[in-house]
Design a protein around this ligand. Structure first.
Ligand SMILES: C[S@@+](CC[C@H](N)C(=O)[O-])C[C@H]1O[C@@H](n2cnc3c(N)ncnc32)[C@H](O)[C@@H]1O
Ligand SMILES: [Zn+2]
Length: 307
């Protein structure tokens, strides 16, 4: 656990998008190994950085990494609680908020965490190391629920047969390990489909999103992440999944929307005025970055600035 290896994605682009002022207050909602956090912290003189993560192992690493930096406060929490985290610190408004969503390389590469279909381990996948695990879901959710999770979050077309075979397998004995699940998934798809990347990739992604309630937490947190910004403050989010990106894009657009009255109205009656503007449309990693770090291939950065 000592070496927390994580190559930050869209590193310069994200720190740039935050427009860091040396005396500003910033929040990294997904501090992980502290890559993005240290780049922000380096730009501060009298400013502050609040580095949040829900993973106790990330918190241990972050606490060590920033122990001699008085500008950084490390907080163990879910970013859905960003408002109360700031309240507890007596902070009213901040100048920038960032989130680099999804799983860290540390989580993926630590066998015992059960995120990887390449390693045999207990079927866990909990970023917070508490609450319902992937095994709990696989052994208790109904077939319909499993089908929905695997199809929606994994965009896995073999979701119906995978869900069916999970339910069949657990009638004999609970499914406890990653490799037990991998075998069930492999047996649920035709030979030809197995040549298309790892057969378990999509199902594992789907379960991870469900276990950590990734879309629900993001959906709940987006308004607060924007609301806590001071005027000219920026919110920058890196997503790794089309459902996440669509959610971020729609919400950012809604922050920037002005009057929504029908065009035939002679005067505005809705009173809506834009609360934000988009400093750029979106950014994707360069081909070079994707070559060097496969995890970056589906990444997209979006930002919104409070007016
Ligand atoms: C992709 S990694 C971030 C890596 C980081 N930017 C770096 O440079 O090292 C995502 C991190 O966010 C954390 N995380 C994901 N969702 C979270 C949430 N809702 N609340 C708090 N932390 C979360 C995960 O535990 C993980 O450590
Ligand atoms: Zn109007």
């Amino acid at each position: 656990m000592s070496d927390f290896k994580h190559i930050p994605v869209l590193f310069y682009e994200t720190v740039d998008a935050l427009n860091v002022k040396p005396d500003g207050i910033y929040v990294d909602c997904t501090a992980g190994g502290g890559g993005h956090s240290s780049a922000v912290a380096e730009k501060l003189t009298t400013g502050k950085l609040i580095s949040i993560d829900q993973d106790p192992e990330a918190i241990a690493v972050l606490t060590k990494r920033f122990e001699n930096n008085p500008n950084v406060v490390v907080v163990h929490d879910n970013f859905v609680n960003i408002r109360s985290v700031l309240n507890n610190l007596g902070i009213i408004g901040v100048d920038g908020v960032m989130a680099d969503l999804g799983v860290s390389s540390h989580q993926l590469d630590t066998d015992a965490r059960g995120f990887s279909f390449h390693k045999d381990a207990p079927l866990d996948m909990r970023m917070s190391m508490s609450g319902m695990s992937a095994a709990d879901i696989v052994n208790n959710a109904s077939e319909a629920e499993l089908r929905r999770i695997i199809y929606t979050y994994g965009e896995e077309k073999f979701a119906p047969s995978i869900a069916k075979n999970i339910v069949k397998a657990r009638e004999n004995k609970p499914i406890e390990t990653t490799f037990e699940l991998v075998e069930i998934i492999k047996a649920s798809m035709p030979m030809k489909a197995k040549r298309d990347g790892h057969p378990a990739r999509k199902t594992f992604q789907a379960l991870r999103i469900e276990v950590n309630q990734e879309l629900t937490k993001l959906e709940k947190a987006l308004d607060d992440m924007f609301d806590v910004l001071n005027p000219s403050g920026r919110l920058a989010i890196i997503t790794f999944h089309s459902l996440e990106d669509r959610m971020v894009k729609k919400r950012f657009n809604s922050f920037c929307e002005g009057c929504t009255c029908p065009p035939q109205f002679p005067v505005c009656v809705c009173g809506n005025t834009p609360k934000g503007r988009l400093p750029f449309k979106s950014k994707a990693p360069s081909m070079n970055e994707v070559d060097e770090n496969f995890r970056a291939h589906s990444a997209r950065l979006r930002a919104v600035e409070k007016l």
